[in-house]
Design a protein around this ligand. Structure first.
Ligand code: GDP
Length: 466
């Protein structure tokens, strides 16, 4: 059944008790459905009320009046979905809201699927895919940075950049095809050198945009990180300092953390998917041994290892063994980065940073005191390593999800092919084909040309009522 022609309804406010709940109804005929449920005090039928003005009235089910509330009519196309939409606000009781929604279904609406309101907005051209994705990102945002990024995308900052790159490609293509299609006209062939330099400019722009994914990803997805080290160096203290509350048990008894404790932490601009691991050492106890094995596995899975050392005691064989696990993990996953935190800086230092660098090549070293709770230097270092500080999250175009990034990488490869074709002396129409592919990949980002599967996948992340 084609649901597009039907009227859908759902509760758009979160489930649970609240001051008010909003029931959203969308589709042609939404106002007529509201007529059967909502009875304005001014006696005029709801569908005859002035658009976009709040109307007070009674809400009725088949059993009679169940509540009073406010309803607003947003006729197409000036609504969130681009269709006729009615929003009824009733009191926010759990059962009451269900009864109002039930009355709307009895009047003829179908239950909305997750994300269906926003999907309809996309289908009716009210918003592109970037904006649709930014809606869900805004709802799910857990850090101020994430809110800034999603809000800039919902204002169209990234869409505008994508449009600009697309239009440059289009102009380039029309220069190529104008000459090929109308060779007898007075059109001059664009010199190959000019085409090449225009293509390279576009490639540089695509590269610059793609490079923002590092920052977008650190903010949106988060960096998988683990805190590791031998026992008693202050790993749990560091985790607690990062979280701002006592999540892990801190004692001077070795082996208290036996399993992996995982938490999401917003640190500086970036967000960390952080695991605290058992102290890595030669454990006798069986349960502890399992914890140690898991800790070693975690090293390999992490993009960032926060390797903790006790700066108040000389490095010993346990530190050397721990470092050898890090080296092994990096051999398997060379992209893993390491920050060596030399902890307990409130006590006199007994070894030099260079001794750590001898153990772990290119580790960034940082001295701090987890006990003091001052983790700003660590936050700043992570920001420097994983985000681009020159990017303005509110006003710069930033790629913030893997789908957008993948399309950009494909477009980048097409442009490179076009550059290579021209360099190897192929005719311009060959390069033109590559530019066409690049345009199609770029236009996928905002959903101008995108498969139904991808659209369905995006909207499946939404909740009912959005
Ligand atoms: P873990 O076994 O590596 O998780 O270490 P803990 O966080 O449990 O800490 C081990 C011991 O070191 C505890 O007695 C902590 O109070 C102490 N400790 C942790 N961080 C610091 C620090 O920055 N300075 C000092 N002086 N002691 C610390």
């Amino acid at each position: 059944m084609n649901r597009l022609g039907s009227v859908i309804a759902a509760v758009s406010t979160p489930p649970g008790k609240g001051g008010i709940a909003v029931i959203r109804i969308s589709g042609r005929g939404a106002a007529e459905i509201a007529d059967k449920v909502f009875f304005p005090k001014n006696k005029k039928p709801f569908s005859a009320q002035t658009a976009r003005i709040a109307v007070y009235g009674d809400i009725k089910s088949e059993e009679g009046i169940i509540d009073d509330g406010i309803a607003i009519y947003f006729p197409a196309p000036n609504s969130y979905t681009g269709e006729d939409t009615v929003e009824i606000s009733c009191h926010g009781g759990v059962l009451l809201t269900e009864l109002v929604l039930e009355a709307v279904f009895t009047a003829g609406a179908l239950p909305a699927e997750p994300g269906e309101f926003t999907k309809r907005a996309y289908i009716s051209g009210k918003l592109g895919l970037i904006k649709a994705e930014s809606v869900i990102d805004l709802i799910e945002a857990e850090s101020r940075e994430s809110v800034k990024l999603s809000s800039s995308q919902s204002r169209g900052v990234l869409s505008e950049k994508i449009d600009a790159i697309y239009n440059e490609m289009k102009q380039l293509l029309s220069s190529i095809y104008a000459y090929i299609d109308f060779p007898d006209e007075d059109l001059t062939d664009v010199p190959g050198s000019e085409l090449l330099s225009r293509l390279k400019d576009i490639r540089d722009e695509v590269d610059a945009l793609a490079s923002t994914w590092k920052t977008g990803r650190a903010i949106k997805d988060g960096i998988s990180a683990c805190i590791a080290g031998k026992p008693n160096v202050g790993k749990s203290s560091l985790l607690n300092a990062l979280l701002g509350y006592d999540r892990a048990i801190v004692t001077d008894i070795a082996g208290t953390t036996r399993d992996i404790v995982s938490e999401k932490v917003n640190l500086g601009r970036a967000s960390l998917k952080l695991s605290d691991t058992a102290g890595i050492h030669k454990a006798e106890d069986v349960v502890e041994r399992i914890g140690v094995d898991r800790a070693v596995e975690e090293l390999e899975k992490s993009e960032l290892i926060i390797a903790v050392f006790d700066g108040s005691k000389p490095l010993d064989s346990a530190d050397t063994e721990f470092a050898s696990h890090i080296r092994a993990a990096r051999k398997r996953n060379p992209l893993t980065q390491v920050i060596a935190v030399i902890n307990k800086s409130d006590l006199p230092a007994v070894f030099k940073d260079s001794e750590i660098k001898d153990l772990i090549e290119d580790a960034e070293t940082l001295r701090l005191s987890a006990c003091s709770g001052d983790i700003k230097p660590l936050a700043d270092l992570i920001d420097r390593m994983f985000t681009d500080g020159s990017l303005d999250l509110s006003n710069d175009a930033i790629i913030s999800n893997a789908r957008q990034y993948a399309a950009l990488v494909r477009a980048r490869a097409d442009i490179e092919n076009a550059v290579e074709s021209l360099k190897s002396g192929f005719t311009q129409d060959i390069a033109g084909l590559d530019v066409e592919h690049a345009m199609s990949n770029i236009s996928e980002i905002d959903g101008l040309s995108v498969s139904e599967d991808i659209v369905d996948d995006i909207f499946s992340r939404f909740c009912v009522g959005k």
